[in-house]
Design a protein around this ligand. Structure first.
Ligand SMILES: [Cu+2]
Length: 146
């Protein structure tokens, strides 16, 4: 039953994302390039997490914020890159959304309740260093998929 709900949620998330992309393309045609560039902001900040599942949860949380165009979390660097429309949202809203999904960011501690509901492999250490260089050779390249 849980799996069914989960897959429904995933399908809905995919549906939402594709809808978003379509509307975005339409507005791009009517707006001039300049105003579009001015509205978009790119930020990067540290977010703790362990694995590919964390990546999905973190990126989903960030992408759910209205105005976020793209969010990519780097599992090695413990860092997320987000592009968003700064007329619709701001950096703190994105920090808060990720924290609400259970993950610590540089500025906001993750929700303890959401954290306790994360799968075991995702229960990251709260003293994990964020914004790592990411060139941790070989180690961890035996990538076990969860
Ligand atoms: Cu994980």
């Amino acid at each position: 039953m849980k799996k069914v709900i989960l897959s429904v949620a995933v399908v809905m998330a995919i549906g939402l994302t594709s809808c978003k992309n379509e509307t975005k393309q339409e507005t791009t045609e009517t707006k001039t390039e300049v105003s579009k560039d001015m509205a978009m902001a790119d930020i990067s900040f540290g977010v703790r997490g362990n694995c590919g599942m964390c990546k999905k949860t973190i990126e989903k949380a960030a992408n759910k914020v209205e105005g976020v165009a793209n969010a990519t979390w780097d599992v090695d660097k413990k860092k997320i890159d987000v592009s968003f429309d700064d007329t619709k949202t701001d950096a703190m809203a994105i920090h808060n959304a990720i924290a609400a999904s259970g993950y610590d960011t540089e500025k906001v501690a993750g929700s303890e309740e959401a954290y306790s509901n994360l799968p075991g492999c995702c229960k990251y250490e709260h003293d994990m260093v964020m914004n790592q260089s990411g060139d941790k050779k070989e180690e961890g390249h035996s990538d076990h998929d969860h």
